[in-house]
Write a protein that binds this ligand. Structure first.
Ligand code: MG
Length: 230
């Protein structure tokens, strides 16, 4: 049976489907630890500080943080240390990758209600699919639309327009679920959709703004509460 429902629920990935709280930091520290143990000539705190600066400058989606780290510290790239750092980072991150407790129940519930599901994410398309596959939730989703593909980050309206077009969704009947007020909620509302914020650290000012402007944004504690709205 083909589902042509024009109601699409779009999800953000990191911090929404996936509990990413401090796992990047843990993975980076593990990588640095091994690089220092194998000859990177700094102490671990110093090296972690240098790495953080590189990440701030290059952005978190840049693929060569450890290459730059060895260049900065040694004056040249050290392929062995880069490989050690990358593998350790990747393995620790993957070991810690987990969905929020109610993620899978909520996806099953939404499918049972006839919604089609897709992802809108600021990130790299294959990396985001990789997370969905590793969590074993990839089969719930018809598409993953990323800033890499569209060329614009959330909250830019273009990424939402492209996602709606790709999914053949009706914006008035579609919803964006995410953890960031600006990127996920405001971006979606600007594209004519409604939004649900989960796990958000939304400020009082932003809550007031939602009320003042009568924005179609609901705020719930966890992804498990989405079924009180949809
Ligand atoms: Mg997020």
């Amino acid at each position: 049976m083909i589902n042509n429902d024009e109601r699409v629920v779009f999800f953000d990935v990191d911090g929404t489907l996936l509990d990413t709280s401090d796992f990047a930091e843990t993975a980076r520290k593990a990588a640095i630890g091994l690089m220092v143990d194998n000859g990177l000539p700094l102490d671990k705190d110093e090296a972690y500080g240098v790495l953080k600066t590189i990440i701030r400058e290059k952005g978190s989606n840049y693929g060569k943080h450890f290459n730059v780290l060895t260049q900065v510290v040694l004056g040249h790239e050290d392929p062995m240390l880069v490989a050690l750092g990358m593998i350790t980072y990747h393995n620790v991150k993957m070991a810690l990758l987990r969905p929020f407790p109610d993620t899978i129940d909520t996806l099953i519930y939404l499918k049972s209600q006839g919604y089609r599901l897709a992802v809108i994410s600021n990130g790299i398309t294959i990396k985001q699919w990789e997370k969905l596959v590793r969590l074993n939730v990839h089969s719930f989703f018809d598409a993953v639309i990323t800033s890499e593909e569209v060329g614009k980050d959330k909250p830019n309206r273009l990424i939402y327009d492209v996602a709606l077009r790709k999914m053949n969704g009706n914006p008035e009947k579609s919803v964006m679920i995410g953890n960031k007020f600006k990127e996920d909620a405001l971006g979606a509302v600007n594209a004519g959709m409604s939004a649900i914020l989960v796990n958000s650290d939304i400020t009082e000012d932003d809550r007031d703004y939602i009320k003042q402007e009568k924005l179609d944004i609901a705020i719930v504690e966890n992804i498990g509460d989405v079924n009180t709205i949809l």
